[in-house]
Design a binder for this molecule. Structure first.
Ligand code: SF4
Ligand code: SF4
Length: 300
């Protein structure tokens, strides 16, 4: 029986992703980073500081998630959030988590303080997904840490971005081959965004990314994404810019119905590639986009 004093958030079948961005801080400095480490030109409007552990736990405990939908902890580097281990231990057991990380953390501390069951569920990909960023984190260190985590019972996957540079791309593919031989799940990700003045990615809506002109439109999300201050946004571009939060995760009246609304947006053209890219959903089915956009008007 549910306790009557908690108002639950129950993501529907078509809600594909639930993520808490615990912090946008990161200990790496990748040139292509989409959040610019929380100190750059983006996230300017984010007047909100980090939520307390107690509030994050309270927020996660509001979630009533399907078996196939975890709560993803991400950032920045989510393990830099000072209450990270309290969150993974104190949230109610029904909430399974995924982690997006650069694995710069101390694996011994992680293994000692993290229950394996929290990151264990049936899925076509690893719950703990670490990115390899050439020049930023060392692949041999990542391999050593991955093997140690695997021995401790965690399912870990490494990911390399196919940056449009032949040398880097070939390096990633070599590393992938080496990891697979060692029994480490290594997958590649398409590069999204601008590289040497050229835009990469397949986007559903024309001129939505790096458009020459801003437009007005109506936009509806399929994801529940929450910034370090606990604010809920309709898209990644809004979250990273700290603009137009649609609610706070602890607003009593906020629930899954609020996600399913078209809202006016005047930033069409400044969309984040993540939101408008034609991609694979959590069932590994291709063709999904994170947002649905309609009634696009160019602003003169
Ligand atoms: S590891 Fe991720 S969050 Fe950190 S700088 Fe690189 S891309 Fe950005
Ligand atoms: S139109 Fe683009 S910027 Fe506006 S809410 Fe949708 S995804 Fe975000």
């Amino acid at each position: 029986m549910e306790k009557s004093n908690i108002s639950y958030i129950r993501p529907k079948k078509h809600h594909n992703y639930v993520a808490f961005f615990l912090t946008l801080a990161c200990d790496l400095r990748c040139s292509y980073c989409i959040n610019l480490h929380g100190t750059g030109s983006r996230y300017i409007g984010a007047k909100n500081s980090h939520m307390t552990v107690k509030k994050w736990v309270e927020s996660a405990n509001r979630l009533n998630l399907r078996d196939d939908l975890p709560l993803t902890l991400q950032g920045g580097e989510p393990t830099l959030y000072k209450g990270f281990y309290e969150i993974v231990n104190e949230v109610k057991e029904e909430v399974k988590m995924d982690l997006l990380t650069n694995m710069f953390f101390d694996v011994d501390i992680f293994i000692k303080n993290t229950p394996v069951w929290r990151f264990t569920r049936d899925a076509p990909y690893a719950a703990i997904r670490a990115s390899y960023h050439p020049g930023q984190n060392d692949i041999n260190v990542l391999i050593g840490k991955s093997l140690k985590m695997q021995e401790a019972g965690f399912r870990v996957g490494l990911y390399g971005i196919l940056v449009p540079d032949e040398e880097i791309k070939n390096h990633i593919l070599e590393v992938q081959e080496m990891c697979l031989k060692m029994g480490i799940d290594f997958r590649t990700k398409e590069f999204l965004g601008v590289y040497n003045g050229k835009l990469y990615g397949t986007f559903k809506y024309e001129n939505s990314v790096c458009g020459n002109q801003m437009g007005a439109c109506e936009c509806k999300p399929t994801e529940l994404i929450v910034d370090p201050g606990g604010y809920v946004y309709g898209c990644h571009a809004d979250l990273y810019n700290g603009r137009n939060p649609i609610a706070h995760i602890l607003d009593e009246n906020f629930n899954e119905k609020e996600i399913d609304k078209f809202r006016d947006c005047y930033f069409y053209g400044d969309c984040n590639p993540c939101d408008v890219k034609v991609k694979t959903n959590r069932f590994q089915i291709f063709g999904h986009t994170s947002v649905e956009i309609r009634n696009i008007l160019e602003l003169k």
